[in-house]
Design a protein around this ligand. Structure first.
Ligand SMILES: [Zn+2]
Length: 267
């Protein structure tokens, strides 16, 4: 971190210290240091699996066994552990003005770090649902199921009522993640708007804000007179934050938390 970076961190910490209600908005960049490559990066899942063939509900329903090849790989990534940045955000919720987190991530790492109020725009890969009978499972339960064609098979599946006789009965288990052709869950959208009410400070971290409607969140905060702090390796296009903290999420976030603790007299 340069001296200039330290000055910016101190400025950001003083915004945090005077904030009455802050919210964090996070994306893939906060989890890369936990070992989960950004899906869109050159080492990410979408570099090897074409999203049109593997990333939509339509593709999944047409050929769940094919899409499960990608899903088993995704499942392996979810063994990751939270990093120091996740932990600093959790501490700011426990001890400071952070009212909650809106995340585009499906990895559950904010909750694993101790964050409580987490709104997941794109669902969570740690739980799964059978699209036939609606029964829900943990990843561990699904891993323990027998597989046919690579698909987890739920022996106790009750199947949808009224299936045409003779149609092959197969349970279709899907992680509770939002695929490209699915809508942001209404409860996440409503929850996010409720959380953003009265927010005077938004921490944007690890997201390029290219995905709609997530890209609208800074606009909502700004329209209400709130400030924006950005923590990114590369500045998000068009965001124009009040303070840009350019660097690794873990280093910046841990520094911001320390500086806030000092300024708030809690150090
Ligand atoms: Zn079922």
């Amino acid at each position: 971190m340069t001296d200039l970076g330290d000055i910016d961190i101190t400025r950001a910490a003083s915004l945090l210290a005077s904030s009455r209600k802050a919210v964090a908005f996070t994306g893939a960049g906060v989890s890369t240091e936990s070992g989960i490559p950004d899906f869109r990066s050159s080492t990410g899942l979408w570099s090897r699996y074409n999203p049109a063939e593997y990333g939509t509900l339509g593709a999944f329903l047409r050929n769940p066994a094919k899409v499960w090849k990608m899903l088993w790989e995704l499942d392996g990534l979810l063994d990751a552990r939270p990093n120091a940045g996740h932990e600093a955000l959790a501490a700011l919720e426990r001890e400071g003005p952070l009212a909650g987190i809106i995340t585009q991530n499906i990895d559950g790492l904010h909750q694993a770090a101790g964050s409580v109020n987490v709104i997941e725009y794109h669902g969570n890969g740690h739980s799964m649902t059978c699209l036939e009978c609606g029964d829900r499972f943990t990843r561990e339960q699904v891993r323990a199921m027998p597989r046919g064609d690579g698909l987890p098979r739920y022996a106790a599946c009750k199947f949808k009522a009224g299936r045409p006789a003779g149609e092959p009965q197969r349970c279709i288990i899907k992680p509770d993640v939002i695929l490209f052709d699915e809508l942001i869950p209404a409860e996440a959208q409503t929850g996010a708007m409720g959380l953003l009410a009265g927010v005077d400070l938004l921490l944007v971290a690890g997201t390029s804000l290219e995905v709609f409607p997530a890209s609208e969140i800074p606009r909502v905060v700004r329209a209400a007179g709130g400030r924006v702090i950005e923590i990114n390796l590369e500045p998000a296009r068009g965001l124009r934050p009040d303070i840009l903290l350019q660097g690794n999420f873990t280093a910046v976030m841990a520094g911001l938390y320390r500086s806030w603790k000092n300024q708030a007299g809690r150090g």
